[in-house]
Ligand binder design. Structure first.
Ligand code: PBG
Length: 313
């Protein structure tokens, strides 16, 4: 005797009856890079088909994508000149973008990256002292929330930043704004393309003394538990693909929404493989499904515009 499975796979209709995991348009959060000025839509050499937008051209893009099902954005500001005073300026790039987007698309979820690395001269996510950095991160979060962001997403990996941000949001009557913490963010080589896109590569050293050691899984659970304790309302695991085990473990342990960040290096590897004909484009759906199958509720991905189009077919 043996068990038969192939009857499930006879055709697409039977495969559908047995399918366990689906991609939905609302699963996707689109990360975007914003620059100063107007009329700018600049190619990013390290990331094929990804652009840096000024606010007006970003709005044009959003006008096209919302009817296709875009429901969420993650904003990264890329300033013209370095200097951390701009990062919490009420009229900074990110704050102005949030206001402009919300004016036209009140329902669109707007998440902002809270970090310093595109603004510091040395390209690091901190100013030397952990707790002093947290004070600045809290100011950034308050400025983003004050501009109308729905969620702030600290990506710096300082200890206690969620505590500081949560406290500051409360003190400023902004406690309805949620905190999506990059709770388990690894010191990954997959961030390479992003660092040229956001001009945030460390000028010296690396980020291994604040981002997590990629050999660690148990510690990720501690990081997540700590952030939940400090007031995070959703947790991010980053990168996604080499960390599916972390997503699965976190899913088994925490009921909090889990977001996985399909980062720039993961994007570009697949994109190159598809563009040069090495792999079938369905590799993209296969990969994104694997992230959901592991247990992520939502996915931050540069493939968002592409996948919305696919899901509308
Ligand atoms: C900055 C930040 C990084 C990413 C998101 N926020 C880079 C880094 O930590 O060096 C990477 C995202 C990606 O690779 O797509 N703190």
């Amino acid at each position: 005797m043996f068990k038969r499975f192939r009857y499930r796979r006879i055709n697409e209709a039977t495969r559908l009856q047995y399918r366990e995991t689906f991609l939905r348009k609302s699963d996707f959060i689109w990360p975007v890079f914003i620059v100063q000025g107007t009329g700018r839509k600049e190619e990013i050499p390290s990331m094929t088909d990804v652009f840096r937008y000024s606010i007006d051209t970003l709005l044009d893009e959003i006008r096209l994508l919302v009817p296709q099902g875009l429901s969420s954005l993650l904003l990264f500001g890329v300033p013209e000149h370095k200097g951390i005073e701009q990062v919490f300026d009420a009229n900074g790039i990110v704050q102005s973008a949030v206001k402009a987007i919300k004016r036209e698309f009140a329902e669109l979820e707007v998440i902002t990256d809270v970090c310093l690395c595109s603004y510091t001269a040395d390209g690091h996510c901190h100013i030397g002292d952990n707790d002093a950095t947290c004070e600045i991160l809290a100011k950034i979060a308050v400025s983003h929330a004050g501009a109308g962001a729905d969620i702030v997403a600290p990506s710096d990996m300082m200890d206690g930043r969620v505590y500081f941000i949560n406290k500051a949001l409360r003190e400023n009557n902004l406690s309805k704004v949620k905190i999506m913490s990059y709770a388990a963010k690894y010191a990954s080589n997959f961030y390479g393309p992003f660092r040229s896109a956001a001009d945030c590569a460390p000028k010296s050293g690396d980020r291994t003394n604040y981002q997590m050691d990629f050999a660690n899984a148990r510690e990720a659970m501690e990081e997540i538990a700590a952030d939940i304790d400090e007031g995070a309302t959703q947790i991010m695991i980053k990168p996604a693909l080499s960390y599916l085990d972390i997503i699965a473990k976190a899913r088994a342990r925490f009921s909090m929404p889990i977001v996985a960040y399909n980062v720039s290096g993961e994007y570009q590897m697949l994109k190159s493989a598809v563009d040069n004909g090495t792999c079938n484009p369905a590799i993209i759906e296969e990969t994104l499904i694997s992230i959901k199958r592991a247990g992520a509720d939502r996915i931050v991905s540069y493939f968002t515009p592409y996948i919305l189009q696919r899901l509308n077919k």
